[in-house]
Ligand binder design. Sequence first.
Ligand SMILES: Nc1ncnc2c1ncn2[C@@H]1O[C@H](COP(=O)(O)OP(=O)(O)O)[C@@H](O)[C@H]1O
Ligand SMILES: [Mg+2]
Length: 582
Amino acid sequence: MSKINILDEATINKIAAGEVIERPSSVVKELVENSLDANATQIIIEIKKSGKDLIKVTDNGDGMPKEDALLAFKRHTTSKINHSDDLFNINTLGFRGEALASIASVSHTTLITKERNSVAGFHMDVIGGIMKYSQERGCPSGTTIEVKDLFFNTPARKKFMKTETNELRHIIDIVTRYALINKDTSFKLTHNNNTIIQSDGNQNLLNNIASIYGNEIAQDLLKVDYKDNKIKIAGYISKPSQTRTDKSQQSIYINNRYVKSTTVSDALYDAYHSLLFVNRHPVCILNIDIDPEQIDVNVHPNKSIIKFEQTDEIYNSVLEAAKQVLEENNLIVDSDIKTEESQMKFSEMSQVQDMDFLVKPTKYQFEPSKQTLLSEDKQTEHKAAKVIEASRKFPRMKLLGQINKTFFVAETDDGMMLIDQHVVEERVLYEKFMAQHIQGRTAKQALLDKEIIEVTPEETTFLNASLRDIEELGFEIEHFGDNTFLVRSVPVIFKRIQTKELLKDIITTTGKRNKVKEIKEEIITRMACRASIKAGDTVSIQEMEKLIRELTECRLPYTCPHGRPIFIKITADELEKKFKRK
Ligand SMILES: Nc1ncnc2c1ncn2[C@@H]1O[C@H](COP(=O)(O)OP(=O)(O)O)[C@@H](O)[C@H]1O
Ligand SMILES: [Mg+2]
């Protein structure tokens, strides 16, 4: 007896809906994408009870003629592709022709649509995938789709929906993503008649971002405008001092499609390498324009994952684009900035510092600045001029003295600068050492009195296994019998540190579980930290000047390798306001 049935269309659509329409926000996403594909310049999204009662999307786009409207709710019906070849050259957000069919199969859906040049529009009602009513009627140009009673015939899915707040959060999220990047389209999202998002359309990208995220975030964004022979990257990224506690304000788009891409986000984080405080995340709104033939969107029914033909090239371009911006802009923190960071208490900071593996291993190869390479061996000479000259990244300044044996104070052309003495040197030592290290030329200094250190048996095994890696860091050590090691030389740059302390530190940092190689950079940043002047150390003006000159030669002279700021700028203007002169 035969057992195999051919499923009817309503059932097939319901099955597809399981993949495409996961929750109310998936409906919003598909409808908004359709409106954008229909060239709408105005999209209104009305939600009631987080989409459980109503999802209504109205656009002023191209609309549909009656014949198309009747087809649109069938499965595999689309106006966006024709041949299978088109799948490799997709220029629209939709192409699978299953969203409307899926939505209509699990809800009560109403469509009202009219093309610009038609006199009459068309209205149809579909319940659970079955057409119940259709009629020509007068209506404005564009398309309105109303979705009610979502998942009424799929009880399990309905029960699976999370709390209303959670569903609403997802809806706001997806509308935000599309509103951010579509600067020429006005978006309005309401929930139970309250306006949640409103953007104007006809704006430049930055103003558009400001209308959604607010001025405070927008004003501190850095513009990305990059082009190579394969791709164009445009948008905004945040200054390292204006980061967030999570990744929710990172939006990555490929050809204006909002996507999740680890390739792009890895490249972004690597560009911020050594500038970000632990657990901080940059803001980004970045669109990557790429030949559609170079990507595959057809990886998942919801189209939010993209496969790149050339992953490495994309990674490199994004890294380059973001790095250029971070290197070209002056990233000095303003004193009036109200970031969560600057409000972070010192106790929290030191707690964070004790955490292991602050420096995540990345693909990113440290690049020394040209000046660091040039001045490699000669000491920065002490110039007679007391004013440190400005550069693109660096304001002109004159050092005045020290406060609380912790901060340097400098006068600048438009005010003053406070400089954390410890953090300055950390950055300088880190970049100098990295420059030597990646060229395989770590300068060593022989100890006059060779040091013998004693460790535990377990540590002996670890050290013996790591001798070569430790040597690469500039130490010459050898096993001296039993649980002792003889240290012959140490890295010149870190000579101020006690050898014993340092090696013990390497042992504990690796936690005996990891290989020295894997956490080399963390070890280097620790060495830089240990070898740097501390709060409480007296520093002469000459020493300050030497340090700041060395800092001007750094590639990223703004933070310690863990992301703590070096400078805080206070303008004369701000001071005048504080003194009520203005
Ligand atoms: N808002 C809209 N305005 C104009 N046409 C639309 C709109 N929404 C859907 N359509 C038409 O209905 C078709 C089917 O939509 P959909 O099921 O989302 O598939 P896809 O977007 O993948 O083509 C689209 O190809 C388009 O022609
Ligand atoms: Mg679609």
